[in-house]
Ligand binder design. Structure first.
Ligand code: AHR
Length: 551
């Protein structure tokens, strides 16, 4: 049987639908106020870290080359080689943090290959060589190193995002991690590496705060046991200078719900005393929703579904897979509390999103590229709501990945660029960044469906609310494929005025392509205020953002 771990192993070592109905119109709106949303302004859950709206970029397929980097001589509009449309859109959604250079690639990467004069940088075999197809452009299989630390930091600075670098623990010694930090952060004129950075145009330190100590160290990042990795983590993080910038180190954490990793890692870390926890900012959790087999298999290849051709059951099954991340966050948090009762260490969900089988790539040959549809917008919104509801636990999250890969916010090829349905969902969530998350109670009829002759059910409405001063932002997902919900929205102890925008479509498969870019875009939608409550109709298969001004 193929697992994700085996898939990555085999792709590196070697190579690694059905008809859908349009949902005939939308059924008539459910009877008035079949649902209720109660927001409790006095019940704060904590501050939503802007960093949970973070991104992930890897030297993989079309992410870096073609996606982000077009080169300074390209006819594609660019800022010194960086795709201009991408930078501009990321500024618009206030992208707070970007993880780089992987992923699995990170544990094969020598950061020195990507610095110094561009024409002197070596060409290397890319980690993902084996996953690539014959159709792929050569630079997907071989790493030209035109894009490295300097270009990445410049990309972040243009956007106003913090860089988050993942260090190589599997195949480079701890000293090289320390040297990479020195290259990025040592003061102007202080060391040979600071001089090298200055020669590339940046005498000022990059002041990189966030550093990953490896990636998926249970798999492609070294195949360690949790205990072995904890020992490596202690070694890589011991006496690491930040050069005036306190470093926030992220330890490689569990896959999905594997709590034995969390427990084994922390047990070994605190063997040298609880003080060791001070070296850890976050524990990385990865969760991909991929198994659409309805319980028939756990095989990584056979269990996946199609990105674009799916039925209503696949829709709900994907959302169910994705929503399980909430129980994972709670479960790992509980284990973390056994070793760290004050919860100094937070969760960093630095890879999340759906993962479909190949076949829907906008650019044939781009490995792990898939076409996001309305389903992925709803999935992403639901996931962001989950993070918003756990602000004390989740300190950062990074959608996998930014462009031309998996749950992309953007697709691009040569001079064409599109904001996907996922990117459109992110636009609706930007105002949550830095807000105070408020306890909010949703009650709505569930979505019932038939899962291979067995009754199945999924929640009816869910979302999150946050407050900044008198501005309340409420985001709501209606996952039902064919029924709208009319909700009475009550804000305890307050009256309000509101506007709303909705992301939806009459076809649940709808998507934005490089040729048809505005199929699914947020639309303003009217809000009714009646008897001191907001009344709103949430269309089927929709994501809605309400901006509410408290009186
Ligand atoms: O995002 C694609 C891959 O998925 C990453 O490289 C790896 O960390 C994960 O298994």
């Amino acid at each position: 049987m193929t697992t994700r771990r085996k898939f990555i192993h085999s792709t590196v070592a070697g190579s690694a639908a059905f008809a859908f109905s349009r949902y005939a119109g939308l059924t008539a709106a459910a009877s008035a106020s079949d649902s209720r949303i109660e927001i409790l302004p006095n019940e704060s859950l904590g501050t939503i870290s802007p960093n949970i709206y973070g991104h992930f970029t890897e030297h993989l397929g079309g992410v870096i080359y073609d996606g982000i980097w077009v080169g300074p001589k390209s006819k594609v509009p660019n800022y010194d080689g960086l795709r201009r449309d991408l930078v501009d859109h990321m500024k618009r959604i206030k992208a707070p943090v970007i993880r780089y250079p992987g992923g699995c690639f990170a544990d094969s990467y020598d950061w020195r290959d990507g610095v110094g004069p561009a024409d002197k940088r070596p060409r290397r075999t890319n980690f993902w060589l084996g996953a690539d197809s014959e159709k792929s452009p050569a630079n997907h299989r071989f790493e030209p190193n035109e894009f490295g630390t300097n270009e990445f930091v410049r990309f972040c600075k243009l956007i106003g995002a913090e860089p988050y670098l993942a260090a190589n623990v599997r195949s480079l010694p701890a000293q090289e991690f320390a040297r990479w930090v020195e290259y990025c952060n040592s003061p102007e004129g202080s060391t040979a590496l600071a001089d090298l950075r200055a020669q590339s145009g940046s005498p000022q330190p990059y002041n990189v705060q966030y550093w990953g100590v490896g990636n998926e160290s249970w798999g492609c990042g070294g195949n360690f046991t949790a205990e072995e990795y904890a020992i490596e983590f202690r070694r890589y993080s011991a006496w690491l200078p930040g050069y005036g910038r306190p470093l926030s180190l992220v330890a490689s954490g569990p896959n999905d719900d594997v709590r034995s990793w969390t427990r084994g890692f922390l047990e070994e870390i605190v063997r040298k005393g609880r003080g060791e926890l001070r070296n850890i900012f976050g524990l990385a959790l990865h969760h991909y929703a991929w198994n659409l087999s309805r319980g028939k298999t756990n095989d990584w290849d056979k269990g996946k579904g199609d990105a674009v051709q799916f039925d209503a059951v696949d829709w709900y099954e994907l959302l169910r897979e994705g929503s399980s991340i909430e129980a994972m966050v709670e479960g790992h948090w509980q284990v973390m509390g056994e070793f760290d009762p004050e919860h100094h260490v937070k969760l960093v969900v630095d890879e999340w999103g759906p993962w479909y089988r190949p076949g829907s790539e906008a650019t044939p040959g781009d490995i792990l590229e898939q076409m996001p549809t309305l389903r992925d917008a709803v999935f992403s919104a639901m996931t962001l709501d989950i993070f918003n509801r756990h602000p004390e636990k989740v300190a950062m999250a990074n959608c996998a990945q930014l462009i031309n890969c998996l749950n992309s916010l953007y697709l691009a090829h040569e001079d064409r660029f599109v904001v996907t349905t996922v990117g459109r969902a992110f636009e609706l969530y930007t105002p949550h960044q830095g807000g105070t998350s408020l306890r909010t109670i949703f009650s709505a009829p569930h979505a019932d469906y038939n899962r291979d002759e067995k009754p199945a059910t999924f929640w009816g409405l869910n979302g999150s609310a946050s407050l900044k001063g008198k501005d309340l932002h409420l985001t709501v997902v209606n996952p039902h494929v064919s029924q709208s919900r009319e909700a009475e929205i009550v804000i305890r102890g307050a009256s309000a005025a509101a506007t709303a925008a909705v992301l939806t479509h009459s076809d649940i498969h709808a998507h934005n392509t490089l040729d048809h870019r505005d199929v699914v875009i947020p639309q303003p939608t009217p809000v009714t205020i009646r008897d001191a409550a907001i009344h709103h109709v949430f269309p089927p298969a929709s994501v809605t953002a309400l901006s509410i001004r408290l009186a």
